[in-house]
Design a protein around this ligand. Structure first.
Ligand SMILES: NC(=O)C1=CN([C@@H]2O[C@H](COP(=O)(O)OP(=O)(O)OC[C@H]3O[C@@H](n4cnc5c(N)ncnc54)[C@H](OP(=O)(O)O)[C@@H]3O)[C@@H](O)[C@H]2O)C=CC1
Ligand SMILES: N[C@@H](CC=O)C(=O)O
Length: 342
């Protein structure tokens, strides 16, 4: 293998997996020019080999060990989704010393702290920029840009599918089912869209954001969750006449301990996801379609706000690719240190 080539194995090659491949294809020249690195997706794990996909040069397999046991693959990218068998695949990859990138918010909400500990112990990377807010590079912003600050409050629209559905209902008078079908066809929805419409997907992202922003764990079952099922086009039209639109809003803040004794400090987190009827003054009321929006209130900077595509193969593929590039830089730098020492 060439010294500047980094081989990648994909676990899953659906919307996001193909977005990653497309991103590498589009930007391989820039990555080579700026970083001197060539990224190669050598293999991808799928369920159905016969499905049509735009993935020239990538070997498809139905055997996870073809990727997990391949010594040339240094970066495993998990974009298949779900809790099982994904959890065991990621653990195996980490155990073998492979860097892991994932966009799987369910898995990260449930096992993120445990998996991060394994990765840290082995001195390898577990990165997951694509798991929250799709294409918006929010985790790196929190980790690096806000490293010297403290987030006090999180408030946002964290699910693209439900925001697309609610926007279609409010702006085009479409029915819930039709709008959901469109979101599925566009590749925004989870393979089981119950995750989206019940608010569970947004809750998983909120758990990850709490971990990043507050450095505190909130178990998924402690998030108060309500979804968008049951909303009717009539109700949406009625509220629209009053100048209000429905948004699935996720909120979390730290509960400060009031005691002034040795227990003084942060007690825990209160977090919830549910529909809010917002008037035009609310910044989140202007976040439409598949876009996500996030407000963070921080101690030093004050109020910050981001908006952009929260789902979709290309947008999320771009976020996943940013993690791959970060890892590839480390892999190539370590190789050249190793070579110099020889
Ligand atoms: N879509 C989006 O906008 C976003 C998705 N994500 C996350 O990214 C991940 C992937 O999403 P997405 O690409 O949309 O999902 P898809 O359903 O489009 O793709 C899933 C891929 O995984 C493969 N797969 C699933 N289960 C297995 C299995 N047991 N063994 C082997 N292969 C398997 C499928 O194979 P086959 O193709 O043969 O069916 C498919 O290639 C999920 O965790 C999702 O939550 C995160 C942010 C945004
Ligand atoms: N199904 C999710 C995909 C991105 O995380 C969503 O719609 O937000």
């Amino acid at each position: 293998m060439k010294e500047n080539t980094v081989k990648i194995g994909l676990l899953g090659c659906g919307n996001v997996g193909q977005g990653v491949i497309k991103g590498i294809l589009l930007h391989s020249n820039k990555i080579l020019r700026k970083l001197g690195i060539t990224l190669v997706v050598s293999k991808a794990l799928v369920q159905d080999i016969s499905k049509e996909r735009a993935i020239e040069g990538v070997v498809l397999t139905q055997k996870p060990q073809d990727i997990l046991d391949d010594p040339e693959i240094e970066v495993v990218v998990e974009v298949m989704g779900g809790e099982h068998p994904t959890y065991s695949f990621i653990k195996k990859a980490l155990a073998k010393g492979k860097h892991v990138v994932t966009a799987n918010k369910l898995l990260l909400a449930l096992y993120g702290a445990e998996l991060q500990e394994i990765a840290q112990h082995k001195g390898i990377c577990l990165l997951y920029e694509g798991s929250v807010l799709g294409g918006i590079p929010i985790l790196r912003t929190i980790q690096y840009g806000l490293a010297g600050d403290q987030v006090k409050k999180i408030c946002g629209i964290l699910n693209g599918t439900t925001n697309y559905i609610l926007t279609q209902m409010a702006e085009s008078g479409k029915g819930y089912e039709e709008a959901l079908r469109e979101a599925q066809e566009a590749g925004y929805a989870e393979s089981d869209p119950t995750m989206d419409v019940t608010g569970l997907d947004a809750a998983c992202k909120l758990v990850i954001l709490c971990r990043e922003c507050f450095e505190l764990e909130i178990p998924l079952e402690e998030v108060e969750i309500d979804g968008i099922q049951g909303l009717t086009t009539e109700e949406v039209a009625e509220q629209k006449k009053q100048g209000r639109v429905p948004k699935l809003v996720a909120e979390a803040s730290i509960i400060e301990c009031s005691s002034s004794g040795p227990e003084k400090g942060r007690e825990g987190i209160v977090a919830k996801v549910g529909v809010q009827w917002l008037s035009g003054e609310a910044i989140l009321s202007h976040v439409s379609g598949v876009d996500n929006g996030l407000s963070l209130e921080t101690q030093l900077v004050g109020d910050l706000f981001w908006k952009g595509p929260g789902a979709g193969g290309l947008a999320t593929g771009g976020a996943v690719l940013s993690d791959i590039v970060e890892i590839a830089k480390k892999v190539v730098a370590e190789r050249s240190i190793g070579n110099a020492a020889r």
